[in-house]
Design a protein around this ligand. Structure first.
Ligand code: C2E
Ligand code: CA
Ligand code: CA
Length: 681
């Protein structure tokens, strides 16, 4: 954990050096005081027993209690103080230091950390011993008879001193390490772990005194102390749970915000940075490979992140597939940029999930603190905006640009605006005609959502719909779209056989969705057999029973079900097996293949044949040239949609277009195409 910038490292060394000197000085003083008293009346059986207990409790990690700040509280303190109270403080300090040394070396702790731990326990314990001397306690308290009031006070003061000194020394080292003042460290849950230490320390005199009366008392006391230990451990565990993400064990959002807040309070402008990182297309991995694999990937990512953090970095999981990093004490802007690039590269290397290499790209947004940002929220939001820009530009890493860059908006801001747009019905529908390739007549129109943002202008549907799909906004948004289309429908010529609306995968998971939509359709008296819903192949692959039920409900009502973007998923054929659709929309990448001939064209040909064999109508999307349209007609594709025929347009333009198209084709009134078609050779 000793990842610090050079300056921090220097401060850390200086501090630990000072603690080491304090340890030596206090121990020497104690030894000198002790040499007068001698160890004549020390109860060595008790000493041996407590020393063993001390060693066992310190060296068994299963007994440790991990705290919010990454410290460990061990039950060792109570036994260590008991050793002091038995009248052998120098020996007690030696036992405690040796035990700590042994445990730290065994756990491969760094030299600085080992030196600090040993110096810290030695200083605290020696000072406790010196104080006891001051109160006239030197022979040990287990020597029969009653304890004088001064001695009793001495025992309490000594305990409090040990507890305060060890707590403060540790708080300072954490403060230097995290580059924050001690105040915030003490505030951020440190108090609880100090209380735990205190509770354990308070047991020490009780141990020693009961031992004095009868060794039989010890097991009884064992029960009590176990309860104290158990309660403390639970309290600490709860605190840990409240501040950590249970899956990745990183800090959670709340604790992260607190750290950022503390850092802002005590760091000068431009010296701390917040990074927000988001895995690219994580949702696809979840959909395709399942949530278990998704979870494992998140854990692996979190572990990697902790390993490759820049010096002085703290990692957290902000939620979902989003992670946050706080870097305190950044050396310089160019250095930070280099570090972020390195981080990005390290994080993009494949993860080994059950022996299967899985690669996930990550977009990172970085913001350093300015005078203006007084809150963690504002700083994280600025990093979020940069991250979102990195996603949009596919640039991997972006830094907070000049304030109020015109094309800059964060996801949070965009989601808020989108939610307002839905509420104020600022969403519009555009319609793109589809043509029957056999006779050029209109086969239908696809409704496509449009949002004209008041300040950012038109936002690409892929962008805001993708965003809405990750939240509950998608529900109200889809419903609004159906309402808009139903309203527009009254103005669409009745000879347009079908109107298609896209439905997001997530909406189908809502059990009430189909009922509500069919209600909207029914209310306006729109015939359900003129309605088509388009579901992406992805939704069906990852489809649960709920998805299938929703689709059944639509089909039973007479709605045409289309599989959208066919061929873009990883299990296109599974989709054909799993659901009964009426239409297949071949993704637009395949239309472009038709220009290339050879195997590419063969694939498109076979998809059309396969669909026909299964009784599905085939719609080709993204038809951008006359040549492609003609080739599709030759191959027996039923319907075409694309810029070569018409672009998506507002309702009024659509009506004009339909009018003009009618004149051109002069086609007889088109009858709805039959659901089942036999493949034409
Ligand atoms: P999609 O369902 O595949 O819609 C077709 C997209 O292809 C539309 O993009 C359309 O404008 C575009 N397009 C049509 N002809 C051509 C062409 O010849 N060449 C090229 N390159 N593109 C063509 P748009 O409108 O940007 O929509 C993007 C995606 O956003 C849609 O893909 C759909 O998945 C989603 N979407 C749009 N409206 C809605 C909606 O109301 N609800 C939901 N859930 N998703 C929607
Ligand atoms: Ca579509
Ligand atoms: Ca499509």
């Amino acid at each position: 954990m000793m990842r610090d910038s050079r300056q921090q490292q220097r401060r850390l060394r200086a501090y630990i050096g000072a603690v080491a000197i304090a340890a030596i000085a206090s121990f020497a003083t104690l030894a000198r005081l002790d040499s007068g008293g001698g160890y004549g009346d020390v109860h060595w059986t008790a000493f041996g027993l407590f020393a063993v207990l001390l060693f066992v409790s310190e060296s068994k990690p299963s007994l440790w209690m991990r705290t919010g700040e990454g410290r460990e509280v061990t039950p060792g303190w109570s036994f260590a103080y008991a050793l002091v109270l038995l009248g052998a403080p120098t020996a007690a300090v030696i036992v405690m230091v040796v035990t700590n040394l042994y445990v730290d070396v065994r756990h491969h702790k760094g030299t600085l950390k080992i030196v600090f731990n040993c110096a810290q326990v030695a200083t605290a314990l020696s000072t406790g011993g010196i104080i006891l001397h001051g109160f006239g306690v030197h022979g040990g308290i287990a020597d029969g008879g009653s304890i004088p009031t001064t001695a009793a006070i001495g025992i309490v003061v000594g305990g409090v001193a040990i507890f305060t000194i060890s707590g403060m020394l540790t708080a300072i080292v954490i403060g230097i390490h995290q580059n924050v003042a001690i105040g915030p460290v003490l505030r951020s849950g440190f108090g609880l772990s100090m209380t735990a230490d205190g509770a354990l320390l308070a047991l020490a005199p009780v141990f020693v005194i009961s031992f004095e009366y009868s060794i039989i008392m010890l097991p009884l006391l064992g029960v009590t102390s176990y309860l104290v230990y158990y309660a403390t451990r639970n309290a600490l565990r709860q605190q840990h749970e409240a501040t950590h993400d249970p899956l990745t064990m990183l800090l959670n959002r709340r604790a992260f915000d607190e750290r950022v807040e503390n850092a802002i309070d005590s760091a000068p402008t431009g010296s701390i940075a917040v990074m927000v990182m988001d895995l690219d297309r994580f949702k696809d991995i979840n959909d395709r490979l399942g949530h278990q694999v998704g979870d494992r990937l998140l854990v692996s990512f979190a572990q990697r992140l902790e390993r490759v953090l820049p010096p002085g970095g703290i990692a957290s999981r902000l939620g979902g597939d989003e992670f946050g990093v706080l870097v305190v004490g950044i050396p310089s802007q160019p250095r930070l940029e280099a570090q972020t690039e390195q981080l990005q590269t390290a994080l993009t290397a494949p993860h080994d999930i059950d022996g299967f290499p899985l690669t996930v790209a990550v977009s990172i947004g970085v913001a350093t603190n300015t005078d203006a940002e007084a809150t963690a929220e504002a700083l994280t939001a600025a990093a979020d905006i940069a991250m979102y820009r990195a996603k949009r530009r596919e640039s991997n890493v972006e830094f907070r640009g000049p304030e109020h860059e015109t094309d800059d908006y964060g996801r949070i801001g965009l989601l808020q605006d989108l939610s307002a747009a839905i509420e104020h019905q600022q969403i519009r529908a555009h319609y793109q005609p589809q043509i029957n390739l056999s006779d050029g007549s209109v086969a239908g129109v696809e409704a496509l959502m449009r949002w004209n943002h008041p300040t950012h202008g038109p936002i690409a549907p892929g962008e805001f719909i993708g965003l809405a799909e990750q939240t509950d906004l998608i529900g109200p948004m889809t419903e609004l779209m159906f309402k808009i289309v139903m309203r527009d429908c009254r103005r669409i010529a009745p000879d347009v056989p079908r109107i298609g609306i896209n439905v997001a995968p997530r909406s189908l998971l809502d059990r009430q969705f189909a009922t509500r939509i069919l209600g909207i359709v029914h209310d306006v008296g729109f015939p359900a057999d003129r309605l088509e819903i388009e579901i992406t192949e992805r939704a069906i692959v990852s489809g649960s029973e709920r998805t299938t039920n929703a689709l059944d409900q639509f089909r039973d009502a007479g709605v045409t079900v289309s599989i959208d973007d066919f061929g873009t998923g990883y299990s296109s054929f599974q989709v054909l097996r799993n659901i009964q659709a009426n239409r297949l929309k071949i993704d637009r990448q395949f239309s472009s293949w038709l220009d290339r001939g050879g195997a590419d064209e063969m694939i498109v040909t076979k998809i059309i044949e396969l669909a026909h064999g299964l009784g599905l109508e085939v719609v080709a999307e993204g038809v951008e040239s006359r040549a492609v349209r003609d080739r599709l007609a030759e191959l027996g594709c039923d319907i075409a949609q694309g810029y070569a025929l018409a672009r998506p347009m507002p309702i009024d333009a659509l009506n004009s277009w339909l009018e003009a198209h009618r004149v051109v084709t002069d086609a007889p009134r088109h009858l709805p195409t039959p659901r089942l078609r036999i493949a034409t050779p």
